[in-house]
Design a protein around this ligand. Structure first.
Ligand code: DX5
Ligand code: ZN
Length: 217
């Protein structure tokens, strides 16, 4: 099984974006998670292309871009141009997931689909064979620092079974309320990638926290 940590830059100090990006780059996190919010799909606005480019310029990590925007197909190509290695959009945010997936692929990035806490995994079953990643939201998207929704573990187990039975290669990523305390349980449930914002950046030793998550039992 994979064990990948993807620290969420939403919890970084934007006054010291280069410092925080370099800290993640030195760490054992393989990915760097970038949360893009449009104020429409979620009741919050984060950042866009110029900030992605600035992070990409100082980071060698795999750039994991999580779009919380409506009609993502309008912008996916530009996110790839800004440095995204993986573009994940919400199935609830588009009427045409197939086209959105094709556009990301054509632009040269890996393709992910995310589901909100109330969206059942069956909603994305038909896309599973074509996906590089499924992102299970374990909080309502929009803000860092929320409490993990326990029911998300069941969704991970369901997805793990669907992916294994189908022989698909999609990774399972979980995002929201994740840290050293639940990392071991989430890897055991079938997650490949754990996103962590506040657990990493609000800790006294972020690099050690990443190690603790990787080695969690
Ligand atoms: C929330 C974002 C998350 C957020 C997670 O909508 O998708 O990536 O940064 O923050 P924590 O880890 O603090 O719950
Ligand atoms: Zn996210």
């Amino acid at each position: 099984m994979n064990r990948i940590i993807s620290p969420s830059m939403l919890s970084a100090d934007f006054g010291h974006l280069e410092r925080d990006t370099r800290m993640i780059d030195r760490s054992r996190a393989e990915w760097i998670h970038i949360d893009v919010m449009d104020g429409v799909f979620v009741p919050n606005i984060s950042f866009g292309f110029p900030v992605l480019k600035a992070i990409d310029a100082v980071s060698d990590k795999f750039m994991d871009v999580h779009l919380m925007i409506v009609e993502p197909e309008r912008y996916v190509k530009r996110f790839v141009e800004a440095g995204a290695d993986l573009v994940t959009f919400h199935v609830e945010a588009t009427s045409d997931p197939r086209t959105c997936m094709a556009m990301i692929r054509e632009a040269g990035a890996k393709v992910g689909i995310s589901i909100k806490p109330a969206t059942p995994v069956e909603t994305i079953a038909e896309w599973l064979p074509m996906l590089d990643l499924v992102l299970v939201m374990s909080v309502e998207p929009g803000f860092g620092g929320q409490r993990f929704i326990e029911g998300s573990v069941e969704k991970v187990k369901q997805l793990r079974a669907m992916i294994d039975e189908g022989g698909y290669s999609a990774l399972i990523e979980i995002d929201g309320g994740v840290g050293p305390d639940n990392a071991g349980m989430l890897f055991a449930a079938g997650c490949d990638v754990l996103v962590a914002g506040s657990a990493v950046f609000r800790s006294a030793d972020p690099e050690q926290t990443i190690v603790n998550m990787l080695e969690a039992k």
